[in-house]
Ligand binder design. Structure first.
Ligand code: HEC
Length: 142
């Protein structure tokens, strides 16, 4: 019994590690928990209390820098999700902001789903080179 329980715990750890290693799964998780509330489950956007542009078939999504900048800095009615420089991953989580790795994952998810099919993924390194909230050259993108 004790061995079975230990085995199950091990499986859980392995499953979590496997998830953390797959950036696409991370992108999907982030999209579902953060972006979907405004941009809808199929990226179709919404109009009601505000206007939430569609991400499906949106020509602006062709630019990975545009999408990454939007998530990092916010854009008019959209909040910023970038992390202030110097914050630890744990502090970023507490502020509900995203690390450069997470931003790359969600940007790549959006650009390869909802009918979008862009073959030039961004990377955490590329995201790191874009302006961040509170950082040098900061100022809202929109
Ligand atoms: C609180 C609502 C909200 C959330 C959450 C949100 N957005 Fe947005 N988003 C908006 C609004 C509103 C705009 C339009 C801003 C403007 O007026 O230009 C926008 C614009 C965008 C644009 C630019 C589209 C265009 O046509 O210019 C992209 C790309 C985008 N969001 C991606 C994301 C991603 C990826 C996430 C998740 C990390 C996300 N958004 C989360 C509200 C939201």
């Amino acid at each position: 019994m004790r061995i079975a329980v230990a085995g199950m715990l091990m499986l859980g750890v392995v499953a979590r590690a496997a998830m953390a290693q797959s950036p696409m799964d991370e992108g999907e998780r982030l999209y579902t928990t953060i972006c979907q509330g405004c941009h809808m489950s199929k990226g179709e956007g919404a109009t009601g209390a505000g206007t939430y542009p569609k991400l499906a078939g949106n020509p602006l999504v062709a630019s990975r820098q545009y999408v990454a900048m939007t998530v990092l800095m916010g854009r008019k009615g959209m909040p910023s999700f970038g992390t202030l420089p110097g914050l630890s991953a744990q502090q970023a989580r507490m502020l509900a902001s995203l690390t450069d790795e997470q931003i790359a994952a969600v940007v790549n998810y959006v650009r390869t789903h909802f009918g979008n099919d862009y073959k030039d993924p961004t990377t955490a390194k590329e995201v790191a080179e874009l302006p961040h909230p509170g950082g040098k050259g900061s100022g809202r993108a929109g």
